[in-house]
Design a protein around this ligand. Sequence first.
Ligand SMILES: [Fe+2]
Length: 235
Amino acid sequence: MPDSAPAGDGTIRLERRNAAQQTPAAARPGRGNQMFAVLSDVHANLEALRAVIHDTTRRGIQRMFFLGDIIGYGPNPREVLDFLKNFEFCLMGNHDRATLTGPPKTFNPIARRATSWTRSKIHLSGLRFQLLRPGERKRRRQYWDFLMNLKTCRKVGEMFFAHDNPLNPGDDNYVRRVGDAHAAFARHPDVRAFFIGHSHVPRIFYPGKKEKPELVEVESGHFVACHNVKSLMLQ
Ligand SMILES: [Fe+2]
């Protein structure tokens, strides 16, 4: 992706930088670290999660938030749950909810099978559960309670976090068009930065010329610099 600087009320600049350049001096350990990491949609992929944690640790980042879809698809739901329960907060994703309630009709066959398999690893009901050892029953109860207590959104200062969309968190709708982002900006005028997951597509919505939101597609390995931008939505 070429470096670009779309002009609007503010400026968003995308650059490819090396790892050292991506960590501002003020954010390094011992310098009043204010950086935080926002992760989402790991879907029980333990190797991917470990790689990201390794990277955030190397950068001295201590605050970590997770935006939902902890499980579903991947082979390590229990290990990933063990990992993420130590994050500052985790939100409920649609696959997390599906594991608790059973796969919804909107899921495709692969998602349905993955949900059923994941559910079999942590569910609490049925004869099989009664036959499990007490330690295993206790462990499953902890996973179940953790998932049951996840919230659909969270506000931290001027930042708003949700899995799917800020307009109605938990309804499973996607933010796909600039109009969706514009509606969220209007609904939450006190929020400067929205962070969402769900789509598995990295991109940024921001108010461009004449307050019309604009969209920047982002690829991994890019550093995003934002200047004088009133509000942002990072997906
Ligand atoms: Fe997801």
